[in-house]
Design a protein around this ligand. Sequence first.
Ligand code: SF4
Length: 476
Amino acid sequence: MRTLLLNPPSFKSFDGGAGSRYQATREVTSFWYPTWLCYPAGLIPASRVLDAPPLNLGVEEVAAQARDYELAVLFTTTPSLAYDLKTAQHLKAANPNLVLGLVGPHVSIRPEDALQEGSAVDFVARREFDYTIQEVAEGRPWETILGLTYLDNGTIRHNPDRPWIEDLDALPWVSDIYHRDLQIERYHIPYLKDPYVSIYTGRGCPSRCAYCLWPQTFTGRRYRRRSVADVAAEVRRALELFPQAAEIFFDDDTFTVDGERARLIAQALQPLKCTWSATARVTTSYETLKALKQGGLRLLVVGYESGNSQILHNIHKGATPDLARTFTRWCKELGIQVHGAFMVGLPGETPATLEESMRFACELDPDTIQVSLATPYPGTEFYDFCTSGGYFRPGALVDGDTGYQKCVIDYPGLPAEEIFAAVPMFYRRFYFRPRYMWRAAQTMLVDREERRRLLKEAREFFTFLFRRQQDQACKP
Ligand code: SF4
């Protein structure tokens, strides 16, 4: 079947597509690659990936393009599901013969949400959907396709789960699909060099972080690895396809889970003389960090989450503030930049722990930070915690006009408003320190490109803070 793999239109600059762990409009414009959609695209010859948000395409434009296809697969998320179901209806109205499926973490856990009466959706491919979509596109009988939930004369049928994919080397290289269907200049993450190319070297994560979406809904609790040779060969290919790429980003759930393999990949990349960045945990050893640096590593993205030991324990982070301190010190010694991720509103949060986390971030002093509202996505332990504890405040996960994150949690002694207000306060406390501002000024003085980028991001950031505050002030 001629197949359209669609990251559907959404809020302006909504970064919630098939590659984004936190589905929201971010402080500074950012777009992850729709990587998950690119795997089935590589398996289906007559296919195309259409990533609507970075192209700023609306529903009508997408529906017009979908007329040429027999099968459309939309990546959906919890905050965008209602909007995506409307998009599905538009697509079906424009092309009544179109077979239409949804994929993504939300429908992996709750496929029924997409298959209600009157829905334009014909099926859901649960969890890893690469081969499920390939088999649908080949026209196989639906009752034989593992991982499929579908409507059968008004009855919802759930086929058995598809086993996790063990041979990841057998999957196509997403870089080829990026080259065929996407413009890499459209993808931007503030802490990565522009333009970047993102690939996964493995899937899944053995850590048990209670809030973390993908391993609990989509990729599993076991780290499955591509071979070192396959990773190095794809990087070589990506550098040939995209000579303009400033860096490669390994966006695994956690690239450093297997230290020995991470070191081997670094060794294999060394002759390529490319710049690359990756995700990491604060438990990464000095030996591994050193080897990664020698292999061309520029930056690590690490989830510190909180400066409070009890909260780290509550969320099963498997890390402590002291481990975070040591990791950060080692990175500084080795010249590895760090982008630190923090969250506010995790289980056990109080006004005192918010203060502790802000102080902790300033003490660690990573190069950049991001602060997110803890979001209880269905399928996560955090969601169950909020449900059983009665901590949910009714409402959408994101603002209906802007797509900015909203706070949907109320704790005794810490209402949603205070958690929401902690985000801009956290940013101000971190970025308005003389130490950070001095560092930014030095960078801007010596690097024209960095100056342009930092000024643009500062503008976007202040607009974000202003609009977010206005939204909060205006809406119940
Ligand atoms: S280590 Fe990272 S990817 Fe793994 S469960 Fe925790 S937050 Fe998720």
